[in-house]
Design a protein around this ligand. Structure first.
Ligand code: GDP
Length: 180
């Protein structure tokens, strides 16, 4: 593991959750400040790399998007392999996507070989007028699972940067604690 400022940190982060909860848009909003109204049809894993300065160190996060694989229940163990962080996303306006969170958490745990910094993300908070999952429900599930919690909107940018950066900083902390 790197120990001085010359060396580089590179961490893999995965985004998981049901189809159409906004995973791709969260990533494109964070990485490129872009939003797309129409779900893209392309299938296949994609990732973006973001660089952060933490404690004067250059920390790179390689953030993976399932890019639609979950539609076919085909998210493979390779997708999870080596991940140090995960954003588990549901759509606050679609309860079924919240009900599936525990299945995603189970899948993540099954495929992980290390401590994973996990954030429960209630996306589409701009759709509060048609909300089906309350903030309290999100919070209490996250607490029960020992994970961070945040509500975001990829549409209007609410909390998107914060969501990714909390996870990346937590990974950095987890790794530094192990190294020291
Ligand atoms: P994915 O299948 O989980 O990657 O979801 P996408 O990112 O493709 O988004 C699915 C649909 O939800 C698209 O039509 C997006 O425009 C829409 N969407 C994504 N994020 C938000 C959001 O924060 N608010 C609203 N209102 N729509 C969103």
């Amino acid at each position: 593991m790197p120990s001085d400022a010359e060396e580089e940190y590179l961490f893999k982060v995965v985004i998981i959750g049901e189809s159409a909860v906004g995973k791709s848009n969260l990533l494109s909003r964070y990485a490129r400040d872009e939003f797309n109204l129409h779900s893209k049809a392309t299938i296949g894993v994609e990732f973006q790399t973001q660089t952060l300065d933490i404690d004067g160190k250059e920390v790179k996060a390689q953030i993976w998007d399932t890019a639609g694989q979950e539609r076919f229940r085909a998210v493979t163990s390779a997708y999870y392999r080596g991940a140090f962080g995960a954003l588990v996303v549901y759509d606050i306006s679609r309860r079924s996507t919240f009900d599936s969170v525990s299945r995603w958490l189970h899948e993540l745990t099954t495929h992980s070989d290390t401590t994973v910094a996990r954030m429960l993300v209630g996306n589409k908070c701009d759709l509060a007028n048609i909300r089906e999952v309350s903030v309290e429900e999100g919070k209490s599930l996250a607490e029960a699972e020992g994970m961070f919690f945040i509500e975001t909107s990829a549409l209007d940018s609410t909390n998107v940067k914060t969501a990714f950066e909390i996870v990346i900083k937590e990974i950095y902390n987890n790794v530094s604690r192990k190294v020291l």
